[in-house]
Design a protein around this ligand. Structure first.
Ligand code: 8YV
Length: 312
């Protein structure tokens, strides 16, 4: 008898098929009336398969009285109501550890692109301007100062890469991280003031909403660059658009936005911004590893009662 599992959205053809093969899958996103569907089937559901952007709300969790485990494709669990899960003793897993390198790689890709203006240069050449103009000088990365907001697994992978560029690294977070020899700065404004590049790699959610606001951007200053590969909600987007438009910061590389996939028109016309569509973990290799781990967490839980990569 297959275990009843609720899948919140289409994930990938391979993962959708693997889940259907192993579980009695209820495909929530295909239902016209999700409330009626949950009223009819919710009592049997023991597991949820979801992704970071979709998560699992407190209302959804409440509609599933037999729910035992939530397995998420992704590491940013800000769309999962962890408090609701904790109160019910529901196990929650993320795909921790397998996407770290690709996200850190993209952070550096955005840093290099926005400082050396690679995307802008590509447009310059394709627009036929090389024949009549010189491309303006850009900005160096090597040897510069890198401030990291959130020195978790991804933040530490970014710091490691900085060594290869001879960059000095300082970081901020709730508290100093044991076992690292980077300088800890408790105040994010002071870190922004020191940094040439400020990279946001902190978890999303209410506790970090708009952590990067006007005062941080003012401190980063007209020579500073902001990189965000975490969550759009961590940055006060209106303040960022104002700073970029007024050039009170030099530029930004953004893989995530508040309200994504909608993009403010002002960002689309600015040439000191590099925009990517929340693709930091989006390589074939990493996505396959994430999806295998989502399945492995479910299998391990129902076999042993324990998750491979637990969040709760
Ligand atoms: C994407 C992410 O959400 O891991 C996260 O938190 O934001 C990314 O990996 C991806 O869509 C995960 O399914």
């Amino acid at each position: 008898m297959k275990i009843p599992l609720l899948q919140t959205s289409a994930l990938s053809p391979a993962l959708d098929a693997a889940l259907a093969d192993a579980y009695d899958v209820h495909r929530l996103w295909e239902q016209d009336d999700t409330a009626a569907y949950l009223a009819r089937h919710g009592a049997r559901i023991e597991a949820i398969a979801t992704s970071a952007p979709v998560g699992a709300s407190a209302e959804l969790i409440a509609a599933l009285p037999a729910l035992r485990v939530i397995s998420c494709r992704g590491v940013g669990l800000d769309k999962i109501d962890l408090q609701a899960a904790r109160e019910r003793g529901i196990a929650v897993s993320g795909t921790f550890g397998v996407l770290t390198d690709c996200v850190a790689d993209l952070a550096f890709g955005l840093m290099i692109d926005v400082a050396r203006r690679i995307s802008a240069a590509d447009r310059f050449v394709r627009d036929g301007r090389w024949q009549r103009e010189k491309f303006a000088l850009t900005r160096r990365i090597s040897g510069k100062r890198l401030g990291i907001v959130g020195l978790g697994q991804i933040g530490r992978a970014i710091a490691l890469r900085a060594g290869g560029f001879g960059m000095r690294v300082r970081y901020t977070g709730r508290k100093p991280v044991d076992g690292v020899d980077y300088g800890f700065e408790p105040d994010v404004v002071a870190l922004a003031y020191w940094a040439d590049f400020l990279v946001v790699s902190v978890s999303g959610g209410p506790q970090t909403r708009h952590l990067i606001g006007a005062s941080v951007l003012d401190a980063l200053g007209a020579e500073g660059f902001l990189i965000n590969i975490a969550r759009g909600t961590v940055v006060d987007q209106a303040a960022l658009v104002a700073a970029l438009s007024a050039r009170t910061i030099a530029g930004a590389g953004l893989d995530v936005l508040e309200g994504e996939p909608d993009v403010p028109g002002e960002l689309l016309v600015l040439d000191n911004v590099v925009l990517t569509p929340h693709m930091a973990s989006g390589t074939r290799e990493t996505r396959q590893a994430m999806e295998a781990l989502l399945l492995e967490n479910l299998q391990a839980f129902f076999r042993t009662g324990k998750l491979v990569t637990p969040a709760l």
